[in-house]
Design a protein around this ligand. Structure first.
Ligand code: ADP
Ligand code: MG
Length: 442
């Protein structure tokens, strides 16, 4: 008898070992064949007394369907047996566990992995549907992985599977609510296409870590499926970039940013002014797309041309003062290095800071430099806290402040580079080549 405390059931010809998982009726064990092959298998055990008439039907259908098919992405049923207590399905062993565990130990899957899995699942489903078989209980728990090193999906648990031709309509609810198609949940009338809905839910779960309509009750689920609540992530996605969509407001927003830029420029804050001009450009591009009147379009272009020239000048100012700062920082660091000969940890941290500075001077090295600065800063802050008062402490303090300023500056740079696309689009609008570089400081 299977049961807690009783260990796995006995089955002639096999040694049953660890429990692999369990579902509604069955418990699945890993097992070895006693024959000299010592083949490893998975044995799904169903206690006969847990079965009612409907579930006997299901089990028989599962055996009948699996016996008749062979597909690289469908778990293979090797044999079945029974005794007075249980029915046993002897299956190919899938060492990688099930997809639910696979997703949740990784939190989410990268798109390229999810795509390969989708291809494998699709090929298994196409094979089944060509044979008029619907699975009807597709969910991550019922999809197994051949191994963890080289995972291949194996569709399993055909306990709810049905022979269904494309025009068959069914009414019996089966499957797991979270993965069930809405016509099944809400109308109790469905056909073979419901499997495809479940595939969509599985894909979503693979990419986002949880199913789209996660709910605690059937009513809550039905409400969620029926509601036209927006999926916020989509609207906020940087690729969709709704904020910069050409609209009647684009011009006003661009102009407001220019006003701020001019103010900063007057105050002598070149870096802030440049950043604001670049943000303004991000709105001028859509404003130009939105403007239909040729004359007004030309007027905007002329204005933008002027801002671009000023941005160019600011860029020159910012990068020369940046170079000066960089030089100052480097010589201050050299001095500190002299005073840190007996402190290997401090020397190492200063090395990281120098590596960051070197990276900063490479084209496109901003992000790498930023990471290095942040790493170096972490170390230096710890050292600063332990440093006794004195000249070295003062220098260390200045070094920390310099590095923070560098990191801030680079963050700004990375942000501005992201808005370069705007300048590239402006080019297509007939503006000068210089626009392209006005938002980056290399
Ligand atoms: P149920 O019909 O009770 O849901 P399943 O066939 O889905 O039973 O099996 C339950 C769990 O056992 C699966 O979710 C999976 O974790 C594990 N399992 C099932 N079959 C295998 C197998 N062939 N290899 C490895 N693990 C398996
Ligand atoms: Mg199952």
């Amino acid at each position: 008898m299977a049961g807690p405390g009783w260990g796995p059931p006995r089955l002639d010809g096999f040694i049953l070992t660890e429990r692999l998982g369990s579902g509604t009726y069955a418990t699945v064990y890993k097992a070895y064949a006693k024959k000299d092959t010592r083949e490893v298998v998975a044995i799904k055990c169903v206690a006969k007394k847990s079965l009612n008439k409907a579930s006997v039907e299901n089990l028989l259908t599962e055996i009948e369907i699996l016996k008749g098919i062979r597909h690289p992405h469908i778990v293979q049923l090797k044999d079945f047996q029974w005794d007075s207590d249980n029915i046993y399905l002897i299956m190919e062993f899938c060492a990688g566990g099930d997809l639910s565990r696979f997703i949740h130990t990784r939190r989410i899957l990268p798109e390229r992995v999810a795509r390969v899995f989708m291809q494998q699942l699709a090929s298994a489903l196409q094979f089944l549907h060509e044979r008029n078989i619907s699975h009807l209980d597709l969910k991550p728990q019922n999809i197994l992985l051949s191994s963890l090193e080289k995972p291949h999906l194996k569709l399993a648990d055909f306990g709810f599977a049905q022979h269904m031709s494309p025009w068959d309509e069914k009414h019996v609810l089966r499957g797991s609510p979270l993965y069930m198609a809405p016509e099944m949940v809400c109308q109790r009338q469905y056909d073979a296409r419901v499997d495809l809905w479940s595939v969509g839910v599985i894909l979503y779960e693979a990419l986002f870590g949880q199913p789209p309509f996660a709910s605690r009750s059937f009513t809550e689920l039905e409400e969620k499926i029926r509601s036209n609540r927006v999926i916020e992530d989509f609207f906020a996605h940087p690729w969709v970039d709704l904020e910069h969509m050409p609209s009647g407001e684009s011009l006003a927003r661009a102009t407001a940013l220019v006003v701020q830029a001019v103010k900063k420029d007057q105050d002598g804050d070149a870096a802030a002014a440049l950043s604001l001009y670049c943000q303004a450009l991000d709105f001028f591009v859509p404003a130009l797309h939105y403007e239909m009147d040729a004359q007004r379009k030309e007027a905007i272009k002329a204005k933008v041309g002027q801002y671009v020239s000023r941005a160019e000048e600011l860029k020159a100012i910012v990068s020369s003062s940046n170079r000066a700062l960089l030089r100052q920082g480097t010589s201050a660091r050299d001095l500190l290095r002299e005073m840190a000969r007996d402190k290997p940890r401090l020397l190492a941290a200063l090395e990281v800071a120098s590596a960051a500075t070197a990276k900063e001077e490479e084209a496109g090295g901003e992000q790498a430099a930023l990471d290095l600065y942040q790493h170096g800063l972490g170390e230096l802050l710890v050292l600063l806290a332990a440093e006794p008062p004195g000249r070295r402490r003062e220098l260390l303090h200045t070094e920390v402040q310099n590095l923070m300023a560098r990191a801030e500056y680079l963050k700004e740079q990375v942000k501005m580079r992201e808005s370069r696309w705007a300048a590239e689009t402006l080019d297509k609008e007939g503006l000068s080549e210089s626009v392209r570089s006005s938002c980056t400081l290399q």
